[in-house]
Design a protein around this ligand. Structure first.
Ligand SMILES: [Zn+2]
Length: 73
């Protein structure tokens, strides 16, 4: 019974480590231009950029915090 608890703890530790790590490789993959990335247009200057890099504003999305402030005053 002691070993069973130990085994569960070890498996739990491995699971926890796996939860922490994959994000590193996934961000690398999603940064590739060929990946299924949703593109959005900056409401201020019209530049196209990945949705994950966009800044969300009240009237749409923007390429940067500066353009969000310009558009919204
Ligand atoms: Zn812009």
């Amino acid at each position: 019974m002691k070993y069973l608890i130990l085994l569960v703890m070890v498996l739990g530790g491995i699971w926890w480590i796996r939860q922490q790590r994959p994000q590193h490789t996934e961000t690398k993959k999603s940064r590739q231009p060929s990946g299924p990335q949703t593109m959005v247009t900056c409401a201020q200057c019209g530049v196209h950029l990945p949705e994950s890099d966009a800044v969300r504003g009240l009237q749409g999305v923007y390429c940067s915090e500066a353009h969000r402030q310009q558009a919204q005053g």
